[in-house]
Ligand binder design. Structure first.
Ligand SMILES: [Mg+2]
Length: 166
């Protein structure tokens, strides 16, 4: 199913060394908005910089593919030292496939990490990559997200109780 993320992650910090090696992931393509930072945050946080630096040290290839403007992506990625594509036309695959070629990696060893089904997940899946959906950053604090979480809680609790009965 082309819309289905292969992995559901809370945030990008779940991209641990163990996770990447368990799934033979040698390259990561990040969306920016609501994946790395919120819509209104112009620059990466120190925590994100530290994670990217760590991944680089582990020889994981990194790139950024955003459908946002040159100005947004240029400012965000200015000091990162990573290939960064604006107006990347996700879910169309040409930019994603080009990044895999530049990585020198088959698409199956690359994961696309994003917050949207119809651009990020569809694009990554169409390109034959692995895909991970993260919780959108800006929505975390909204009433809607809290309400949704509250509706999910009884289900989560029920699941927990089942586990305990085993
Ligand atoms: Mg996004």
């Amino acid at each position: 199913m082309l819309l289905m993320p292969q992995f559901l992650l809370k945030d990008i910090f779940e991209l641990t060394d163990e996770f990447l090696s368990a799934h033979q992931i040698k390259g990561v393509i990040f969306d920016i908005d609501n994946t790395l930072v919120g819509f209104r945050d112009p620059k990466p946080t120190p925590e994100i910089l530290a994670l990217l630096e760590h991944l680089k040290e582990k020889d994981i290839k990194l790139a950024i593919a955003s459908n946002n403007s040159k100005a947004r992506v240029g400012l965000f990625a200015a000091d990162l030292g990573l290939p960064a594509y604006h107006r990347s036309m996700k879910p169309l695959g040409h930019v994603l496939r080009r990044i895999c070629r530049d990585f020198g990696l088959p698409a199956k060893n690359v994961i696309l990490v994003g917050d949207q089904i119809y651009t990020d997940m569809l694009g990554g899946n169409l390109a034959g990559m692995q895909t991970a959906l993260v919780d959108p950053i800006d929505l975390k604090e909204t009433v809607f997200f809290r309400l949704k979480r509250r509706l999910e809680m009884p289900v989560i609790e029920k699941r927990r109780r089942k586990e305990q009965q085993k």
